[in-house]
Design a protein around this ligand. Structure first.
Ligand SMILES: CC(C)(COP(=O)(O)OP(=O)(O)OC[C@H]1O[C@@H](n2cnc3c(N)ncnc32)[C@H](O)[C@@H]1OP(=O)(O)O)[C@@H](O)C(=O)NCCC(=O)NCCS
Length: 201
């Protein structure tokens, strides 16, 4: 598999772009300023566009795989590749999508956690009502993925080692009452993602 960045003639990928975003003038709003990634496995399989939203935030848009090649892991590979590409350039990758029971779990299983929603986005910004698997799209749901996953993992492990060492030094009973630690939701989601990806941990 090979992922390349496309800098010119991005409209050549319009068939895939329209799979993810049905209205061409909405694509035009971000295609020029976005970076287009194309995944090839012999020939073209998937694409996505990433825009720089400032303050270390990048947004992944128009993720799409040709229907006959879906379910083979191409989109997940592309997501991981793109997040790896941006890990030294920013802190968070966000993705905005319709509130459907298929796509939201797909992103959650790819390391994203729910961030926020914009109510009635698809009703107010699109000319025609949009439907996904028979459900009319209304709100736009945003999910985010920490780009510094490895750093977070090292931090969590270091904190755990420090905590256990301190408990042993000061003779605390760590097997007794449950100790609640103030780990934020993002850390928890990262940890779930890490343990899913590396079950031997
Ligand atoms: C969403 C989409 C990009 C996924 O592409 P893909 O290459 O099929 O995704 P992958 O093969 O990497 O799938 C990764 C996981 O998601 C699951 N998955 C992917 N698409 C799914 C679907 N439509 N329904 C249920 N599960 C799905 C896969 O089974 C896989 O799960 P697993 O690893 O546990 O087996 C593809 O369905 C698509 O192009 N859809 C149309 C465009 C679109 O809606 N894009 C999203 C815009 S926000």
């Amino acid at each position: 598999m090979n992922v390349i960045i496309i800098n010119e003639n991005k409209k050549d990928f319009l068939d895939l772009l329209l799979l993810a975003d049905e209205q061409e003038d909405m694509i035009d709003k971000y295609l020029d300023r976005g970076t287009l990634f194309a995944l090839y496995d012999d020939d073209l399989k998937s694409i996505c566009v990433v825009t720089d939203e400032g303050d270390g935030t990048f947004e992944m848009r128009s993720l799409a795989t040709y229907p006959q090649f879906q379910g083979k892991g191409y989109a997940r590979y592309l997501i991981n590749h793109v997040c790896d590409y941006y890990k030294d350039k920013g802190t968070v990758m966000v993705v905005g999508t319709g509130d459907t029971p298929i796509i939201v779990p797909f992103y959650e299983n790819s390391g994203f956690v729910l961030s926020h929603r914009v109510e009635n986005y698809f009703i107010e910004h699109y000319n025609e009502p949009m439907f996904e698997h028979g459900v009319q799209l209304k709100d736009k749901v945003f999910l985010k993925r920490n780009l510094r996953l490895l750093l977070t993992l090292l931090l969590v492990i270091s904190m755990s080692v420090l905590f256990i060492s301190c408990a042993q030094i000061f003779g605390l009973d760590t097997a007794g009452d449950e100790v609640e630690i103030g780990i934020d939701e993002h850390f928890k989601a990262d940890w779930v993602f890490i343990t899913k990806s590396m079950p031997w941990l």
